[in-house]
Design a protein around this ligand. Structure first.
Ligand SMILES: NC(=O)c1ccc[n+]([C@@H]2O[C@H](COP(=O)([O-])OP(=O)(O)OC[C@H]3O[C@@H](n4cnc5c(N)ncnc54)[C@H](OP(=O)(O)O)[C@@H]3O)[C@@H](O)[C@H]2O)c1
Length: 391
């Protein structure tokens, strides 16, 4: 049985991962699970999967969690704090690590998994945005494997085929599809009135709150462009964003011989998760086969960078490179958090990010210490900037 660590097991991707594991009984041994603070769900998961280790990022819930493990008669060892996540990610005897923590908090555990030579199933796109070269360098130097979980990047990975590193030289363009989110056709003049619940109500995907807001602003697609540059080692001008409201074509790759390959499927994260867990084989995912007759039509269009200023800012940051993606990511996390806490309107998100980017003077950031320092400084600036945008 393959040992599997699920970082962020209580989240949307974490739950889908455990569902795929459940459907493939006897194939995976869940070695470790982690959460931030949801110790009750983590305990339920420990009862079912009996991991050797369970980690909570927030230590204030450790005592209650340990008491629950004892009462359930489980031998799972409980640990807490930021270092505990890295400990779980590098656990001996676990070959695979699902990196499904949301945000910059996922960076250090994801790097730890790469340093420990694991198969890293990368859902935490923020790691690639903040520290792409460090992450891919650690994968290369420590014999790890990186398989993308984002449905778009997983689609590109599948289109590139088994010899992806060889075929990437023949790629003319990568087309990343985007649903356009819940506000694709909404009157832009009314966007300042949208609530967190409306922004989180994605038409096709059921996801965590942060990525749902990122989808509504299309920052998610911008982060994915930066992630794609890093994962597939292609310049930003060879990546194009295409609006595809049905979310059935997950992405496409165009080769120099005129071939365009695409990966299609119902919008359900269990497909890319099962692909990455089984690769190079295929596993049961629980996802129905696509019914093309029921889908009927597939629409494609160009994104509107005026309606979606966050996508524009992300593309500019991708072109600037250096520290810009780190600043963009940190400012976005702070702005989205403020929006979800009903402190600022939806339309302030892009304004906050633009202001923070304008205030940043750092040109490059190559090592981990510099990256964390740029992230920290951008969050500090964002906190001040948010004050100017409050209701
Ligand atoms: N959801 C999707 O369909 C989807 C698709 C593609 C890519 N992704 C990417 O996958 C990642 C996870 O997304 P999600 O939608 O699954 O998020 P989510 O539902 O919000 O779950 C986040 C997980 O991370 C944990 N967590 C949150 N903050 C943490 C912190 N500071 N330290 C340690 N753990 C923390 C949460 O624990 P608690 O439950 O205790 O808070 C939870 O287990 C994101 O990077 C996202 O962009 C998601």
């Amino acid at each position: 049985m393959t040992g599997l660590v699920v970082l962020g097991s209580t989240g949307s991707v974490g739950l889908s991962t455990l569902d795929v594991v459940r459907r493939n009984a006897g194939r995976f041994r869940v070695a470790a699970l982690t959460a931030r603070s949801n110790h009750r769900l983590l305990l339920d998961q420990c009862r079912e999967f009996q991991p050797q280790l369970a980690a909570l990022a927030d230590p204030s819930h450790l005592a209650a969690f340990e008491a629950g493990l004892r009462a359930a008669g489980l031998s799972t060892r409980a640990v807490a704090g930021a270092a505990a996540l890295e400990q779980a990610a590098a656990l001996d005897g676990a070959e695979f690590v699902m990196a499904a923590i949301v945000g910059a908090a996922g960076l250090l555990p994801t790097l730890a998994a790469a340093h420990a030579g694991k198969r890293v199933l990368l859902a935490n796109k923020e790691s690639a945005v903040m520290a792409g070269p460090l992450l891919t360098g650690a994968v290369r130097d420590h014999g790890a494997t990186l398989i993308p979980i984002d449905s778009e990047h997983n689609a590109v990975f599948q289109c590139l085929g088994a010899d992806g590193e060889k075929t990437i030289g023949d790629v003319q363009r990568i087309l990343l599809t985007a649903s356009g989110g819940p506000f694709l056709d909404r009157d832009p003049a009314t966007l300042d009135q949208v609530t967190p619940a409306q922004a989180c109500a994605h038409p096709n995907w059921d996801m965590g709150r942060k990525i749902s807001v990122d989808s509504a602003t299309m920052m998610n697609k911008g982060l994915e462009v930066i992630e794609a540059c890093c994962l597939f080692d292609v310049p930003v001008d060879r990546i194009e964003v295409v609006i595809h409201p049905q979310s059935v074509v997950h992405s496409l790759v165009q080769f120099r011989d005129g071939s365009t390959l695409a990966q299609l499927g119902n919008p359900d994260m269990r497909t890319p998760i099962a692909h990455a867990l089984g690769w190079p084989q295929r596993l049961d995912s629980g996802v129905e086969a696509l019914d093309l007759l029921a889908v009927g039509r597939l629409d494609f269009g160009a994104p509107d960078l005026v309606r979606f200023p966050c996508l524009r800012l992300a593309l500019e940051a991708a072109r600037s490179g250096g520290a810009a993606p780190i600043v963009l990511n940190a400012a976005n996390e702070a702005a989205v958090q403020a929006f979800l806490a009903a402190e600022v309107p939806f339309t302030a998100i892009s304004g906050i990010i633009e202001d923070v980017l304008a205030q940043s003077s750092v040109q490059s950031s190559d090592d981990l210490e510099q990256i964390l320092s740029v992230d920290h400084e951008a969050r500090r600036t964002a906190t001040e900037t948010i004050g100017k945008f409050r209701f």
